[in-house]
Design a protein around this ligand. Structure first.
Ligand code: FAQ
Length: 316
């Protein structure tokens, strides 16, 4: 073994020992290139989802039914922007460049969550997104607070706290509508019918078709498989739906006493594949809006860069 090989072997051993001890890998630690690449991919996709995820609810900001609802919705949408920023910062600790990540998003070279390619057709969708979309996000992200990469895990703590507030505001909105007129109740049910299956798809493809899961779990990036988290979400959501007085559009949904879980039907994975490929109802518009915002904001970035350069010059 050459000196370089020996050094590489020791670095790998030390990394493996850190993972085995459930301790954290920090940005300056040595890490395998595959680990770095996987994290940049997942964190970037996650950050992009938070930023693109501002659009479906943002669509209702100017048409909120009261000042209270408008203030709540504005705060929620702003929180999502904050989550995107923590996550881009976490990706930067791995050597990624934020401008490059944005470029990859708007040129379609990096993904964001499938869920944000569905339209928001009624105000009930604001409540359903809070309840089911933030609910699924929490289910997926609470275990990420124990992810092996320190900056990602720490960012998730605050994100999850805010997401639980978002989920409760969604549920509260739907509860209010369910206490209203028949028309409002029908509006809630119609919205839940549209969002249930896409929410289940947020957890990713089934385990036997998830190419990244096994390695990500071995590295302690992901703590549970896609199917485990999907099951957890179904088990959690059914009693909430009963309390709310709505049903899910799945004839196969039934309690299985033997398994101690709800059985449920298969999401339409061909729809998922199409949406991820860019053929969902809103993919083109979501990227066009993000691209326009980026281009319209060029003068702000230029001004901030010029200001920073001048400050540096003045302090020489
Ligand atoms: N949409 O091998 P796997 C939010 C891709 S929450 C699009 O299983 P992995 C909050 C996957 O990237 C939403 N693409 O992959 C909010 C991979 O593609 P690649 C964001 C998907 O990474 C609420 C390929 O399929 N949350 O934004 C999806 O091990 C309300 C194969 O899949 C996160 O990102 C999908 N649903 O597991 C904001 C959580 N699923 O790169 C506003 C962190 C899979 O190989 C309003 N991420 N793909 O070409 C994760 O936990 C994981 O990345 C999974 C996927 C579980 C999403």
């Amino acid at each position: 073994m050459t000196d370089t090989q020996l050094q590489q072997f020791e670095l790998q051993q030390s990394f493996d020992a850190t993972i085995a001890a459930e301790a954290r890998i920090e940005p300056r630690d040595w890490m395998p290139e595959g680990y770095r690449k996987t994290l940049i991919r997942q964190i970037a996709q996650h950050a992009h989802s938070e930023i693109i995820g501002m659009q479906p609810e943002g669509n209702w900001l100017t048409r909120a039914p009261s000042l209270r609802r408008k203030a709540i919705l504005m705060a929620k949408v702003q929180d999502e922007a904050g989550h995107g920023l923590y996550l881009y910062s976490a990706a930067e600790t791995l050597g990624a460049d934020r401008a490059d990540l944005t470029d990859k998003l708007i040129s379609g070279r990096q993904k964001y969550s499938s869920i944000f390619n569905y339209p928001t057709l009624t105000y009930a969708d604001v409540g359903t997104i809070g309840w089911l979309v933030d609910g699924a996000a929490i289910c997926n992200q609470v275990p990420l607070c124990r992810s092996s990469f320190g900056p990602y895990a720490r960012a998730m703590i605050r994100v999850c706290k805010e997401e639980s507030f978002h989920q409760r505001q969604g549920y509260e909105l739907l509860t209010t509508m369910m206490g209203g007129t028949d028309e409002q109740r029908a509006m809630v049910q119609e919205s839940v019918d549209r969002f249930w299956w896409p929410a289940l798809m947020m957890f990713g493809p089934p385990d036997d078709r998830s190419p990244n899961s096994e390695q990500s779990m071995a590295w302690g990036i992901k703590r549970h498989s896609n199917d485990e988290l999907r099951q957890k979400f179904v088990d959690m959501s059914v009693p909430q739906a009963e309390a709310l007085g709505v049903s899910f559009p799945d004839p196969d949904l039934a309690w299985n006493a033997e398994r101690g879980h709800y059985d449920f039907g298969e999401p339409d994975w061909s729809e998922f594949t199409e949406v991820v490929k860019g053929n969902g109802a809103m993919n083109v518009e979501r990227i066009a809006v993000r691209r326009a915002a980026h281009e319209d904001g060029a003068w702000v970035r230029d001004a901030a860069t010029a200001f920073a350069a001048r400050e540096q010059e003045n302090h020489r």
